[in-house]
Design a protein around this ligand. Structure first.
Ligand code: AQP
Length: 342
């Protein structure tokens, strides 16, 4: 049995990329593994969050976890700020990680933009907190979308440097679990950009709170091209889509990839099904599938959002169990570092 940890930021606009790239995979893992799923509110405030909206968004991510099928009795679901070990271990990791390592993080560069001096210090040390999230439970496997791979490599470096500096084998080696076919869902407006919560255009993403009309409208307006859809002969010997093909028609293959992920069909199956058709026929089929797959989840999310007392109780219970797991690990780490606990 592996110990799994992952998290999602409560920054609003939870979208199909978050679902297919992360949350849906969380559900499958809980059958066989010890799973801890966090709503990472400490991470969220690395960029400004309206306090009332942050609370609402924390409940929304929790509702998405539950509606997607995470069982709060089998797995632990909680929000990060309720468990002090995350922030406390992150401080130690601020002293382990090197500035040069953080300087290489592409997410900081993307989010800070041209005015890096105006970004929060928290945004810069975000990967150290992420390492603490995982290692506070000595977790070994982290299901994430492809965009988080670099942060996980840094978390692994931090664990190794800590073990090396203190001459211990305390923190385990971390492995990313990049599962399924939708590890990088792209924007509906620009197939070269990741679907993202912070994109100013709501048309760029399918939100997990969108109703059937909104889903159909966004897919109808999604950027595509006038060409017909190709057949499976473009795939490589393993049935994978070659990078050169993807780059030649990024929007088209993004939409087809979303279809395959939702239907849980391979590229061969999707391309065989739609070979020779245009987007006029493909887009309504995709909209119908997206509505069919998402409606039960969005409906259940809405029901849970109308019952904040239940959602809060799940987080409270999860936080208590998470504190029970992380506290002994933090105390052992403090002892290794040399903090006196008289
Ligand atoms: N487009 C995506 N495709 C596949 N997976 C994705 N993830 C995010 N976007 C995509 C995965 O979702 C999980 C939760 O992400 P997060 O909220 O913690 O942070 P993020 O990666 O910064 O998400 P966003 O939506 O892109 O937010 P902004 O716009 O704030 O940057 C992670 O496992 C992530 O890989």
């Amino acid at each position: 049995m592996k110990r799994i940890f992952s998290g999602v930021q409560p920054t609003g606009n939870l979208h199909l990329g978050n679902y297919l790239g992360a949350i849906r995979n969380f559900v499958g893992l809980q059958e066989e593994h010890d799973c801890i799923y966090c709503v990472v509110d400490l991470h969220a405030i690395t960029v400004w969050q309206d306090p009332a909206e942050l609370k609402q968004n924390t409940r929304e991510v929790t509702a998405a976890y539950l509606a997607a099928g995470i069982n709060p009795k089998a797995s632990i679901i909680f929000n990060q700020s309720q468990v002090p070990a995350h922030a406390e271990l992150a401080w130690i990791f601020n002293c382990v990680a090197r500035l040069g390592w953080l300087d290489r993080m592409t997410q900081f560069k993307d989010k800070a933009g041209k005015h890096k001096e105006r970004a929060s210090a928290g945004l810069y040390v975000y990967p150290n907190l992420m390492a603490a999230d995982i290692l506070a439970y000595q977790a070994t496997h982290v299901p994430v979308g492809e965009d988080q791979k670099q942060h996980l490599e840094l978390a692994r470096d931090i664990a190794q440097k800590f073990n090396h500096d203190y001459g211990v084998e305390f923190f385990p080696v971390i492995e990313p679990l990049i599962l399924g076919s939708a590890t990088r869902v792209m924007s509906l407006r620009d197939g070269t950009k990741k679907m993202s919560k912070s994109d100013a255009s709501d048309l760029s993403r399918i939100n997990m709170t969108d109703d059937a009309d909104a889903i159909a409208r966004k897919l109808k307006k999604a950027t595509s091209d006038p060409d017909f859809l190709p057949g499976p002969e473009i795939l490589d010997e393993q049935g994978a889509l070659p990078d050169a093909e993807r780059k030649s028609r990024p929007e088209a293959f993004n939409l087809m990839g979303i279809y395959g992920a939702l239907a849980q069909e391979s590229w061969t199956e999707v391309l065989t099904r739609f070979e020779g058709q245009g987007f006029g026929a493909f887009k309504p089929a995709l909209a119908e599938l997206a509505v069919e797959k998402l409606r039960p989840i969005t409906g259940e999310m809405q029901r849970l959002m109308d019952d904040p007392g239940y959602v809060d109780a799940v987080l409270r219970d999860g936080a208590e169990r998470a504190r029970g797991r992380s506290e002994p690990i933090l105390q052992a780490c403090y002892d290794i570092v040399g903090f006196l606990r008289p």
